[in-house]
Write a protein that binds this ligand. Sequence first.
Ligand code: GTP
Ligand code: CA
Ligand code: MG
Length: 731
Amino acid sequence: MAAPEGRVVSRPQRLGQGSGQGPKGRGACLHPLDSLEQKETQEQTLGQLDMLRKAQEFFQTCDAEGKGFIARKDMQRLHKELPLSLEELEDVFDALDADGNGYLTPEEFTTGFSHFFFSQNNPSQEDAGEQVAQRHEEKVYQSRGNEDLGDMGEDEEAQFQMLMDRLGAQKVLEDESDVKQLWLQLKKDEPHLLSNFEDFLTRIFSQLQEAHEEKNELEYALKRKIAAYDEEIQHLYEEMEQQIKSEKEQFLLKDTERFQARSQELEQKLLCKEQELEQLTQKQKRLEGQCTALHHDKHETKAENTKLKLTNQELARELERTSWELQDAQQQLESLQQEACKLHQEKEMEVYRVTESLQREKAGLLKQLDFLRERNKHLRDERDICFQKNKAAKANTAASRASWKKRSGSVIGKYVDGRGILRSQSEEEEEEVFGIPRRSSLGLSGYPLTEEEPGTGEPGPGPYPRPLRRIISIEEDPLPQLLDGGFEQPLSKCPEEEEVSDQGVQGQIQEAPPLKLTPTSPRGQPVGKEALCEEESSPSAPDRLFKIVFVGNSAVGKTSFLRRFCEDRFSPGMAATVGIDYRVKTVNVDDSQVALQLWDTAGQERYRCITQQFFRKADGVIVMYDLTDKQSFLSVRRWLSSVEEAVGDRVPVLLLGNKLDNEKEREVPRGLGEQLAKDNNLIFYECSAYSGHNTKESLLHLARFLKEQEDTVREDTIQVGHPAKKKSCCG
Ligand SMILES: Nc1nc2c(ncn2[C@@H]2O[C@H](COP(=O)(O)OP(=O)(O)OP(=O)(O)O)[C@@H](O)[C@H]2O)c(=O)[nH]1
Ligand SMILES: [Ca+2]
Ligand SMILES: [Mg+2]
């Protein structure tokens, strides 16, 4: 501040000196008071100019960079040079910055500076005497100037305005009052200087104008620069922003994509996990259900188990008890079976003994019968003599002889009924239906029997007594009755015996002397006896006994077959069986003695009812047909059905086709017999009583079968709970 102040101080001096040295020397020619006033005005104008100059200098000092304006910072830089504090400098700046835009234009600065300068320095300048004096002078100048101005005419005003316009001062000066005053002063005081002043002003103003224009240009350039700069910055900024934005967007896009992909992936994973979870949940539920069910089942099973255990225990106890009982029962059964077996054996032996004794009795009775027949013949002969004496009819004798050639039928009927020889002619005819003339097996009719020996064919001469055969009219098996105790009683008391005795035979027997009449022919021999004779030769007693019943049409050869089997003999022209007959034969079957009780039935129709009775007690049945007689084969079915009617199918049946020796007269082919046997489950043989072919074989077959069947039944009976089964005969 020292320099400007110095300059400020020195200027008025120079101006004063200059003015003092001016060519006009106005003070010398003016009034001393006027000259003083003039002096003061001059000083004032000079002071103002000086101040303006000083202000410009100060401005340039402040605007060191030459910007054309002073910023707050520029002012603050003066802090070191001026004896003012920063606050005071601030105040100065604020005071100078009239429009408050933050920088000081040269105009603002100059105007403000002058104002500030005076207002600041006025009260406090005591030491600077020059300054005070100057200021005082200025004041005086100003007040005088103002007074002058008041007096200024309109012409001068116009003149000044013209000058101003010419100078273009309006553009440079804001307040032209100072210049005006100065101009007026000059015009008034020193008009000759006016032109110089005007030139000076012109120069100044032109310089100012130039400076101003320069400044404006600079400002404009600066503004443009700033604008360009701003624009560039803006552009850069925008570009940057754009870039940032795109970068951001790209980043965001990428990020979003990545995020989306990631989120999709995660979503899928989540979905998978959820599904898994759901599955697991379902599984768990199912397992829980199963668990519950199992639990429930377990409980139930436990309960059931307990129940079953209890039941089991009970059953075990019961089983134990039952097994004990069963053992007891088995023991009892065993003992009973043993007993039964013993009883059975005993019974069989008894039967055997009884049969034996019966045969003996039968033989005795047959002998008696023979005797009675003889007696009868004797009586008849006597009567015949009488009859011949009375009529002497030769033709009659011949006819009766011819009738004896035929086989008589039911002789027993005549015998029992007491009709004797008054046999009806119809019966004779009936017998002839068989085609073979047959004789009665019992010659009770009183007629002499034909000679049995083949070849003779002629009725034997009278003197030989005919062998008698006994009729056994048994409706039931007589053996049990005998077993009951009576078998040792006298023969006369047997039921059959009594029956016979009813007919007055017994009486005759008892009365008759024991004649030793033996049959002249073997045919007359009692069958039972003959069989017995053979049995007596049997080395040992039989183990068991079977009852076998022989059936078949008349003359098929039943009796002949039995004879062949028991005696191994054949007698042609065998008499027809009357009622029933039997033989006993013991055979050896697989190391055991088997007694066969063979019941020979009469084939003739009239005895059928008797025959039927015997099936019931039979162990086996033999049905015989004559293979040379078709009719006898056709009757087999009838015989089988009557057997079945009586005993069912429990007894084995042997089917025999007899007279195999007479092949040329065969009427029944073997195949038919076989087929019939197969159809009815029968044992089948073709045999010949004449030749003996298959007689033993067939009967042994049946005997073996019976034995085996019995053995099986015995075994089955011992084994509890196994019912006996009927064995197949064919097997
Ligand atoms: N050629 C031949 N003739 C036989 C055979 N068997 C029996 N005859 C004869 O046939 C006839 C009848 O024989 P029987 O044995 O009495 O017949 P049957 O079956 O006992 O007759 P009924 O007692 O009336 O039921 C007799 O004349 C026998 O000689 C045989 O195998 N061959
Ligand atoms: Ca300003
Ligand atoms: Mg016979």
